[in-house]
Design a protein around this ligand. Structure first.
Ligand code: AVJ
Length: 369
């Protein structure tokens, strides 16, 4: 089943495209609601602070979130179309096969919340399979990329409320927007948290447990969590995926230096650093680094930072979880196994979890203003 047929089967009546509309035609009933911006209750994470602090560490390191400015989001989108980048392809295949069963588990009138929605491409598979989904809340850190990505959704899914939220989803516990979906609580079905792409792998296992706990508290009991996790351990496959021959991943990683130069007035030379992907077998993770080709000094926000030849800035971790290891981690965060799918190459897993019984006693943690 291809995406477009899935979409048109579910929504046989589509509004006429813009260019075919006549003056006087009514606007489509649903357009995405305005982007919800950080409120004072949610202090913006600081790029400057993270970079300045990260460059003073013994192993220099910058949190991976900062890779995703508009250009970074575009480059990542290009990565997902590379032959070597199996996670996106394999996960899409899984979702094509299992979306109907996830939809059955979710039931009618679901509210879909996506963590780090990016292009929202995979979400369309889920939305198309769901029985009259009520609302979609994509959370992403890149404002413009988010706006572009969801612009067409309301016309493709009639009756779907689209509420894009510009935020760092790791702070989900302080998203007052979640309270908005309680407006029509009685008509809403289950909350389905969609967390594809193995983004969970960007966190250390302890951070991942903390995040999944906070997600559970934010969405309340009886929610479903659909999460994609890369299970691959073969260094050959991994290194080809994270250091592609076309240099797209290298450009994605190096874009961080261009962003620091632009936004923090730094003088990184883009040719003085190279992208490197390493498989850390002990930690079962792929690491991305930017390696200094020679001894050099770089100025960021007026402060000098020294680099030895071969010294690196660690820019990303991508943990790879066996099925059992991931289920164990999720259980420690209060989520129990419900469904599980893998692709034919056994490289990628889509786990469907539900808030475990104990979770039903947990308090809802939403702010109501
Ligand atoms: C979007 C974080 C899941 O770790 O595979 C792709 C990012 N980095 N190639 C991943 C990424 C290098 C990707 N995630």
């Amino acid at each position: 089943m291809n995406k477009s047929s899935a979409i048109s089967e579910r929504n046989p009546v589509r509004p006429r495209p813009m260019h075919m509309r006549r003056a006087g035609d009514a606007m489509p009933a649903h357009t995405p609601e305005p982007l919800l911006r950080p409120t004072p209750a949610r202090p913006a994470p600081s790029f400057e602070r993270d970079v300045m602090l990260g460059l003073t560490l013994r192993q220099k390191a910058i949190p991976a979130t900062w890779l995703y400015d508009h250009r970074g989001s575009e480059l990542f989108e290009q990565i997902t179309r590379l032959d070597a980048y199996y996670p996106a392809r394999n996960e899409t295949r899984i979702l094509e096969q299992c979306a109907a069963q996830i939809a059955e588990a979710a039931g009618p009138r679901a509210v879909v919340i996506e963590l780090g929605s990016g292009s929202s491409r995979k979400t369309r598979l889920l939305l198309a399979a769901l029985d009259t989904p009520q609302a979609y809340l994509p959370i992403d850190i890149s404002e413009q990329f988010l706006a572009e990505s969801v612009a067409e959704l309301p016309s493709q899914f009639a009756g779907l409320r689209v509420l894009p939220i510009v935020a760092d989803f790791t702070r989900i516990e302080s998203l007052p927007e979640l309270a908005l979906i309680d407006g029509g609580a009685c008509e809403n079905g289950r909350r389905v948290v969609f967390f594809p792409g193995s983004t969970i792998g960007n966190f250390t296992p302890d951070e991942a447990i903390g995040l999944l706990k906070r997600v559970g508290q934010a969405v309340g009991p009886d929610a479903l969590l659909v999460v994609g996790a890369d299970t691959t351990q073969d260094p050959g496959v991994l290194l080809a995926a994270y250091d592609d021959r076309d240099g797209v991943t290298a450009a994605f990683n190096l874009n961080l230096l261009a962003r620091i130069n632009r936004e923090l007035g730094a003088d990184f030379s883009p040719t003085a650093f190279v992208h490197e992907a390493r498989f850390n077998a002990e930690q079962q993770r792929v690491e991305m680094h930017l390696v200094s080709l020679y001894t050099q000094r770089v100025t960021v926000c007026g402060h000098p930072f020294q680099f030895a030849m071969g010294e690196s800035i660690h820019t990303e971790n991508s943990y790879k979880y066996s099925l059992l290891k991931f289920q164990h981690l999720a259980a420690r965060a209060g989520w129990s196994h419900r469904q599980l799918w893998m692709d034919g190459q056994s490289r990628f897993a889509v786990h469907v979890l539900e808030s475990s019984q104990a979770g039903a006693l947990r308090e809802r943690n939403v702010m109501i203003r």
